[in-house]
Design a protein around this ligand. Sequence first.
Ligand code: SF4
Length: 369
Amino acid sequence: MHGLIDPSTSSKISRALLVEVKELAKQFQRKFQRIPAFMEVCGSHTMSLARTGVKKALQDDIRLISGPGCPVCVTDQATIDAMISLTDGDDRIICTFGDMMRVPGSYGTLMQAKAEGKDIRVVYSPVDAVRIAEQNPQKEVIFLGIGFETTIPTIAAALKEAEEKGVYNFSIWMTSKLTAPILRHLLNNKEVALDGFLLPGHVSIVMGRKHWEFLADEYHLPGVISGFEAVDVLNGIRRLLMLALEQKALVLNEYRSVVPEEGNKHANFWMDHYFTLSDEPWRGIGIIPQSGMDIREEYRPFNAKEKFSVPMRSPRKTKCRCGEVIRGLIDPPECVLFGKACTPMNPIGPCMVSSEGSCAAYYQYMREE
Ligand code: SF4
C-alpha cells in the first residue's frame, strides 16, 4: 500500500476503508476478470483523489478516470479566445474568476492583457461585478460567466441584483455548462467503458439526488454522490464497488448532510427565471445541444454576446490534449507536453491552469520524479 491517505482526523477510518475497497476491488476482478473503472465528474473530486493519495493508493486496483468536471477545462479554445478579445474595446472592465487569468488563449492570456493595461479584475462572486458596474457608471462591466450548476445560481443572483437596481452597464458573457448532458454524451458515444460514477457533491446540492437517476434508469449504471474528504471519496468508491459487484444500478446519496432529494428549489427557480437551455461548445467535443444555459431573451440588455461583437478567429492549434483528458480517454502523462513544456508555471492548456484541472492534480500529487 503506498501514497497514503492524508493525516486528518479520519485517517484511521480512511485506512480501514482503503483495505475494504481493495478487497472489494479484488472480488470485482475475480468475478469479471478485469479491474473496475469509475469516473469522477467534479474537479474538486479530481483534486481530492490526488491530494489525499487515494488515487495513487488504488491505481493497481481500480481505474479512477477524471471526467469533464472542471469548468475552465471544458471551455473550448474559440470561447476562451473570444473572452480575451472582449478586453479589446474601450471603456470596458472585464470581471472574472481567478482561474481564468492564466488560461492560454490562442494569442495570449487575460493576465497578459491586464499587463498591457486592460482593466481586468478578479472577483469572488458575480455580484461583486455588479458592484463594480455601479461604481463605474461610465464603463461597461462584463462578467465572464463560466461554471456548472453550482455557479449558475450565483450568476442568476447577480442578474437579479442588476435588474432590480437597473445597472445596465453590467452584462454577462455566458458560457456555463450542465453536467447531465455531458454525461449522456460520453455514455452515448461509448468512448470509455465505465462501471459507475462518483457523482459531484456540489452540483448535487443544487440539483438533488433524483437528477442523476437517468444513469440507472437509462444506462443501467450506478452512481454515488459523495463529499470531498478522503473518508468521503473512499466511502463513495466502496459503495460503487458494492453496487457494481451486485450489478445493481442505483443512485445513492452519501452526502446527505447537504444534498437533498429534489435539489435546491430556490436556486433552480432563479436559474430557470433568467436562463434558458442553450447549445454549448465543449473542448475536444464540439457543440452538445442543450448542454448549457444562456440569458433569456427578455433579459437581453444584460447579455454581453448581444451587446458586443467579438471577431471570431480560428483557434491556433497546439499539441495540448485537454480535450482527451476531460473525456477520460488519456491520463495527463500521456500528453507529450506534460511536465516538460507544460507545467503549472507555464501552462499550455486549461487542465494545467485550473485548481480543479486533471493535469494540475496529476502534476502536483501523482507525478513520478
Ligand atoms: Fe494540455 Fe498541458 Fe494537460 Fe498536455 S499536460 S493536456 S498540454 S494542459
